[in-house]
Design a binder for this molecule. Sequence first.
Ligand SMILES: N[C@@H](CCSC[C@H]1O[C@@H](n2cnc3c(=O)[nH]cnc32)[C@H](O)[C@@H]1O)C(=O)O
Ligand SMILES: [Zn+2]
Length: 432
Amino acid sequence: MKRTLIKGCSILTMREGELPFVGDLLIEGERIAEIGPAIEPKQPVDEVITGVGMVAMPGLINAHNHASMSLLRAFSDDLKLMDWLDKKMLPAEGRMTPEDVYWGTMLGAAEMIASGTTSFADMYVHMNQVAQAVQDSGMRASLTRGVVFLEDDGGKRMTEALHLIDTWSGAANGRISTMLGPHAPYTCPPQPLSEIIDLARSRQIPIHIHLAETVEEVEKIRNRYNQTPTQYLYELGMFTDNHVLLAHAVHLSTEDVRLLRRMRGGVSHNPVSNLKLGCGIAPVRDMLEQGITVGLGTDGAGSATTLDMFAEIKAATWLQKLQHGDPTLLPAEQVLRMATIESAKLLQIDHEVGTLEAGKKADLILINLNKPHMQPVHDLHALIAYSATGADVDTTIVNGEILMKNRQFTHISWEELRREATMRAARLVEGL
Ligand SMILES: N[C@@H](CCSC[C@H]1O[C@@H](n2cnc3c(=O)[nH]cnc32)[C@H](O)[C@@H]1O)C(=O)O
Ligand SMILES: [Zn+2]
């Protein structure tokens, strides 16, 4: 078993109310063996990392992504969501081969590792290749095959969704978990959606779905069913005993928020994507007041452009402060918890990761403070939440494996990845 000792760093455990302290961190195999002011290992260690001038904190957890859409980064911007999706994304995605999805996911994984994200929730197609990329990149992920019911596909999408769950749950040394992914209220009619909900309940499979992202969606569902999107899911029984990961939840009425009050799971708030697509501001304060778990995600780079979770951290807290004219909302420590342990709850991995504690899996990052914008050091939570960016992450560790050190990838060959991504991306968008 490999032993790694990180010495002399400032440690943010992200356990509620715990103050930062300077100390050491011992990793044994996949797990954190010890955290403390000065560790004297009883057995020899294989590697010592000098953490002086660094902050150690839990790896960030991106609760909503379509990693392979990184191939479509900065290809189609400044459009309305439905135009962007129908005219640009879906045609380009229609050309994606399984190999494209593999390399697109690797590109997303590389960006996430380089910006301090250690786990993500993904909804996409060609999920064998997404899972393979998760395995090869060393990341942790909760995967789902997005299922839409726009034309009769003879059950192909559902078959693939179940294949993913049956084949990949627990794979890659337990780094891969799975969910069922009905895409959104507007792409899933009542009959097949209620079948998915019942299946999820009977097999205890969590659900990952987009909800109430735009005003257009609310109008569409109102016209079809005379309900809000949230009521639509609620009436079909989605929140009865199922663990549900809701992406966006921007347009919720007061009554909608109340309906979600006792839900298992919670909401991935994706503020950068919502800002950029002009969708609106999710009622984060109100959801938190009702005890709903809110984590943070980016959505795909096709819309968000970047998978840097530090951008989401800032946008999330700024938007609540602005919307309510109250700078005390979502203070630094709370928004950092949303990006770590609260997101972990949404992926049902909070017993293993999301805080730094002895016995948990070693998913952590080291952030370099030796930079002008990271000095001086007063309040570490505020410094990380309000000044750090993904580029300040020096070292990324998942499941005890170092995936990036001194900003150099250890598992990913960047030259090969860049070549593959460039070539494939050009083909996907040609003529669109
Ligand atoms: N289109 C696939 C199934 C869905 S996978 C997940 C889908 O979500 C789409 N997507 C990405 N971001 C968003 C968003 O913000 N809202 C709605 N859909 C999105 C993405 O383009 C992808 O098509 C099929 O036909 O089988
Ligand atoms: Zn999405």
